[in-house]
Design a protein around this ligand. Structure first.
Ligand code: NAD
Ligand code: TYD
Length: 350
């Protein structure tokens, strides 16, 4: 039986990855290590938490002695590293948590893997899951390639860029077997409602203003989360040692066009008068250092590994809205307490 560590498996993307691996690979023992910060929620995995090949461990990747003891106990064959502080606006309010988790935490995991694999790397793999935000911002044309220079603009993207460099440095210096992927914006079930799409869904439900930063002209390339999980599965098993792959949906939307589309879907699903949700759109003060456009060229992973997204955006957004409307308890639970305080701080003065 292979022993696989997934970090951040109680979060948005991590929970989809854990579910996929636990169900698809009964001969893998999946250990999900997560600190259960505000963004982590074991509710996300309640359908698989009694599976015999799954184990949850609560812990902090910034705690080096703990990480070393975990590697020594489980003798992992593979690591899928997703644990991170992931929200740009929070990184503007509090950069240090991002430095600790995203940089120091990644180095602790690299050290743990290096320590147990240094004499034999056969069949071993450290997979670092990263973001397209490390490349900075595009103008109106062009795409991010794997060879695009790093130019991160926010504390979040700078911390992720730093972790990518460190993962590559461990490959070059210690021959640690690694792969890295840089993915565009994900959407789908279980995303914490601080991010644009679930935040807008939650606010529309409560007839609250939908805050749009600046003029709403910033562009993101959106990918359904299960398509990201399928790419992660493929790269983990078939990616070339030491390589980087970009993952994206070829699905660019300005924020305002996306929110208008979402409003149409929400009006239909909530049986509201057409056009009523759109009236909630409210332009607010722009995000500091707001990247204008992200767009991924994913031809390398398509060509070399045969990956492609399975869902069209219209279908994906429909499934997403349905999931949130069928899981309003989840949405209400994660939106209460500490999140209300964050929301107040983040949006009060805009
Ligand atoms: P998320 O914020 O939903 O989940 C992060 C998880 O990490 C949470 O469960 C949290 O409890 C856990 N965590 C945080 N700090 C920890 C610590 N110190 N020790 C252990 N666990 C800790 O994030 P997500 O959106 O699922 O993103 C997962 C990964 O994918 C991140 O590395 C992110 O940079 C990357 N990514 C995200 C997107 C996106 O659109 N969400 C796109 C590309 C790449
Ligand atoms: P977000 O979901 O935070 O992802 P990222 O910053 O990683 O791309 O934001 C997506 C886009 O939506 C981004 O251009 C910022 C914008 N945005 C708003 O206009 N209003 C909001 O309340 C939020 C959270 C984001």
């Amino acid at each position: 039986m292979k022993s696989i560590l997934v970090t951040g498996g109680a979060g948005f993307i991590g929970s989809h990855v854990v579910r996929r691996f636990v169900n698809k690979y009964p001969d893998y023992k999946i250990v999900n290590l997560d600190l259960l910060t505000y963004a982590g929620n074991l509710e996300n995995l309640k359908d698989i938490d009694t599976m015999p090949n799954y184990e949850f461990v609560k812990g902090d990747i910034t705690d080096a002695p703990f990480i070393n003891s975990l590697f020594s106990k489980y003798q992992f064959d593979g690591v899928l590293h997703l644990a991170a502080e992931s929200h740009v606006d929070r990184s503007i309010l509090d950069p240090m948590t991002f430095i600790m988790t995203n940089i120091v935490g990644t180095v602790n995991l690299l050290n743990g893997a290096h320590e147990i694999w240094k004499s034999n790397t056969d069949g071993k793999r450290f997979y670092h899951i990263s973001t397209d935000e490390v490349y900075g911002s595009l103008g109106e044309t062009g795409f991010f390639l794997e060879t695009t220079s790093y130019d991160p603009q926010s504390p979040y993207s700078a911390s992720k860029a730093s972790s990518d460099h460190l993962v590559r440095a461990y490959h070059n210096t210690y021959k640690l077997p690694i792969v890295i992927t840089n993915c565009s914006n994900n959407y789908g079930p279980n995303q914490f409602p601080e991010k644009l799409i679930p935040l807008a869904i939650q606010n529309i439900r409560h007839n609250k203003p939908i805050p749009i930063y600046g003029k709403g002209e910033n562009i993101r390339d959106w990918l359904y989360v299960e398509d990201h999980a399928s790419a992660i599965d493929l790269v983990f098993h078939e990616g070339e040692n030491g390589e980087t792959y970009n993952i994206g949906g070829h699905n660019e939307w300005t924020n305002i066009a996306l929110i208008r589309q979402l409003c149409i879907t929400m009006d239909k699903k909530l049986d509201r008068e057409p056009g009523s949700s759109e009236q909630l759109i409210t332009y607010v003060k722009d995000r500091a250092g707001h990247d204008l456009r992200y767009a991924i060229d994913s031809s390398k992973i398509q060509r070399e590994l045969g990956w492609k997204p399975s869902l069209q955006f219209e279908e994906g957004i429909e499934k997403t809205v349905e999931w949130y409307l069928n899981n309003t308890d989840w949405l209400e639970n994660v939106s209460s307490g500490a999140y209300e305080k964050y929301y107040e701080k983040q949006y009060k003065s805009r």
